[in-house]
Design a protein around this ligand. Structure first.
Ligand code: MG
Length: 160
């Protein structure tokens, strides 16, 4: 059994008016939000895929299919808790995670401390093991046009 495993995850959600915007388990004040079957927390989805990827357990769509009513509108923090159950069940804990969010608007830098605190509790690690970084794409591409949000996540797991 390996002592350490790394994983990476990626997700994109479309932006539309009048929907809630959730990122890393924190509600963002915005007239627009993310189109999704769940609450649309694209950052938690990328993080779940990183954790699942580290253990070669497939992806979030495999475990929580968007064809299932069970997951309609579901709080993505619940999905992350379930993924953490799988991680612990395989005998691993989280070492650290690093997340990059590409979003043109609104500015979310002020929400980063709350995001890190929220994820630290769910992951069972100190806040200094949770990095969340926010960037725009200088108005380039679909993110820059405000059409979507793109997130990359990496994680390190360690054998318990
Ligand atoms: Mg998603």
């Amino acid at each position: 059994m390996n002592s350490f495993r790394i994983g990476q995850g990626y997700d994109v959600h479309r932006i539309a008016e009048g929907l809630p915007m959730w990122l890393c388990g924190v509600r963002i004040e915005s007239p627009e939000g993310f189109v999704a079957h769940s609450d649309g927390d694209v950052a938690i989805h990328a993080l779940c895929d990183a954790l699942l990827g580290a253990l070669a357990l497939g992806d979030i769509g495999h475990h929580f299919p968007d064809s299932s009513d069970e997951f309609k509108g579901i709080d993505s923090k619940i999905l992350l808790s379930r993924v953490m159950d799988m991680v612990r069940g395989k005998g691993y804990s989280v070492g650290n995670v690093d997340i990059t969010i590409a979003l043109q608007a609104p500015k979310i830098g002020g929400c980063v401390p709350a995001m890190r605190a929220t994820l630290a509790v769910l992951l069972g690690v100190p806040e200094d093991c949770v990095s969340v970084k926010a960037t725009t794409t200088e108005r380039l591409g679909f993110v820059g046009r405000g059409e979507g949000c793109e997130v990359w996540a990496v994680c390190l797991l360690q054998r318990i």
